[in-house]
Design a protein around this ligand. Structure first.
Ligand SMILES: C[S@@+](CC[C@H](N)C(=O)[O-])C[C@H]1O[C@@H](n2cnc3c(N)ncnc32)[C@H](O)[C@@H]1O
Length: 185
């Protein structure tokens, strides 16, 4: 969800050829280049087990309900970040509906933004202490059947690379990522 340029989706599809990897993003332009790869044969650098969907998290396609065994949201921004950290329970229910029972949900959130209250307000984000965000979200997510198993704060050693993750964690200054691992009930 919020796949940006789709690099992570293509990487996962190559790494796990037996899986179908679906990337959803609100901005269609970002998906164009990676989408073309799904139309190209693998001998020519294409990826045949990936699919991209132009979709907003607040109105997800019903066709995708109940099909995911793993859901990943890497470095959300804009309305996606807002929905996840407020949190907006309706949006969370929509995300949870995508998963089969027992599906995993992994979030990687850049929390350095919470160090700057003025910027947070400008973005419509709630004011949160970065070190408390994991606990606040765990309690709220529980209400919609998303059971948070653990949360941790990481510096540069994030579990995998994405285009935005790389920009954020390799930039200057204090960059912290909240990793939240959950199960959909
Ligand atoms: C900072 S980028 C991260 C992109 C990618 N996950 C990465 O790590 O490189 C945030 C992405 O979230 C998408 N996004 C923002 N609001 C969204 C929404 N309401 N629904 C779906 N995607 C959204 C943006 O279009 C953008 O591609």
């Amino acid at each position: 969800m919020g796949t940006g340029d789709g690099r992570f989706v293509l990487d996962q599809a190559k790494k796990f050829p037996h899986k179908l990897c679906i990337g959803l993003n609100a901005a269609a332009d970002a998906l164009r280049k990676s989408s073309l790869k799904t139309q190209t044969k693998s001998e020519r650098g294409g990826v045949t087990n990936a699919l991209f969907v132009w979709a907003n998290v607040d109105s997800l396609p019903p066709e995708l309900e109940g099909i995911a065994s793993e859901i990943t949201i890497n470095y959300p921004w804009g309305s996606l970040l807002r929905s996840l950290v407020l949190p907006d329970l309706e949006v969370l229910r929509g995300i949870a509906r995508l998963g089969r029972p027992g599906a995993s949900l992994t979030l990687l959130i850049n929390i350095s933004v919470f160090d700057n209250p003025t910027y947070c307000q400008k973005l419509g984000l709630p004011l949160r202490k970065p070190e408390q965000l994991g606990d606040v979200l765990s309690a709220a997510y529980c209400e919609v059947g998303i059971e948070v198993k653990h949360t941790r704060l990481l510096g540069q050693n994030v579990p995998y690379r994405t285009t935005w993750g790389q920009k954020l964690t390799q930039g200057s200054g204090r960059r912290q990522t909240l990793v939240l691992d959950a199960i959909i009930r």
